[in-house]
Design a protein around this ligand. Sequence first.
Ligand SMILES: C[S@@+](CC[C@H](N)C(=O)[O-])C[C@H]1O[C@@H](n2cnc3c(N)ncnc32)[C@H](O)[C@@H]1O
Length: 259
Amino acid sequence: MRGREGEQAAAGGTDWDSLAPWWLETFSNGADIEYELQILPLASAALAGCRRVLDVGTGEGQLARRIARTEPLPELVVGVDPAAAQVRNAAAQQGGPVYLRGRGEALCFCDGAFDGVVCCLVIEHADDGDLFLAELARLVAPAGRLVLVVNHPALQGPGSGFVDDHVLGERYWRVGPYLTEQAVVEEVDQGVPIRFSHRPISRYVNPLCRAGLVLTSMEEPAPPLQFLADSIDLELELAMPRLLLLGFERPAAGRPMRE
Ligand SMILES: C[S@@+](CC[C@H](N)C(=O)[O-])C[C@H]1O[C@@H](n2cnc3c(N)ncnc32)[C@H](O)[C@@H]1O
């Protein structure tokens, strides 16, 4: 989803209610190759076998719907999103999940209510990452999983991207100031400003480990070939993952947190 149309220092949040029609048209129901070929299959596979799944920042619910029809079928899939228009769009689609309004920073469920929690391309839009992560961790049951999908912080942060240097005749991938936590507004599409809060990978992993979760998997997939159909340097872009998937588990009761 992340684009490189232009960046500026952030001033205020993103109005996801106003963006709901754009999101629906541009990213859902097969409109976006990256979602179809990579994001939905990867994230739903990471939760396969979970019985009660919560999708935090569900948008119009495409991941929740995919999870609801992934074998073995879960008993319950809940999608939450703070934007009323996103929740309305989600509820209007076919499929099994139930939807509620809610923010990742304060969710109305009991501790350990889900054995699968997923948060896909959402936490970058929250300013208080620590609060958000603590809330996600709180909801994961013993032996349950948390799957976090983010724009790859090491390679896709502010100031990162292709540089086509016509003077030196070089093309390379510039990495922005990785350790600098900052929020920027990016115009990801014409007239579509979205605020992103950048934080390094340790700022995701360490709070979750301190909350008793264990990092069990990490995926950095090459972008799908079809997504790069217009690339000016296919070899280079194929070597630059856009996404990072982090899989965590809460040890079952009685098992030590760290072995
Ligand atoms: C890029 S969309 C991703 C939607 C969905 N997860 C997907 O992958 O299709 C980001 C979503 O995060 C939601 N969002 C923004 N801030 C949030 C917060 N603090 N807590 C939960 N969701 C939030 C927005 O309303 C929007 O629907």
